[in-house]
Design a protein around this ligand. Structure first.
Ligand SMILES: [Zn+2]
Length: 85
């Protein structure tokens, strides 16, 4: 069973993998929950998820909407709550 929210795909059978794409090298790959970090700040600008591109090593940061936050936290991604935005 697969649930798709925007560009993110979670496979509910087996390990949770999140589809991600790198804006630098345009690579597309699947990341396990421990490869992602979610930061929740006071505003949308400080609420984002980040990961390191396995292809080029670039640090990628993308805005996280409510559905993405739900998906990532549900998938066991480490969440950091940022005080003061
Ligand atoms: Zn890359």
């Amino acid at each position: 069973m697969t649930t798709t929210v925007g560009a993110m795909t979670t496979t509910l059978t087996g390990p949770v993998l999140f589809k991600a794409a790198c804006p630098d090298c345009r690579g597309s790959f699947e990341l396990a929950s421990d490869a992602l970090r979610l930061a929740i700040g006071a505003t949308r600008r400080t609420t984002f998820y980040s990961f390191t591109c396995p292809d080029c090593g670039s640090a990628v940061r993308k805005p996280a909407g409510e559905r993405i936050i739900e998906l990532l936290t549900g998938g066991g991604v480490r969440t950091l709550r940022v005080q003061g935005g």
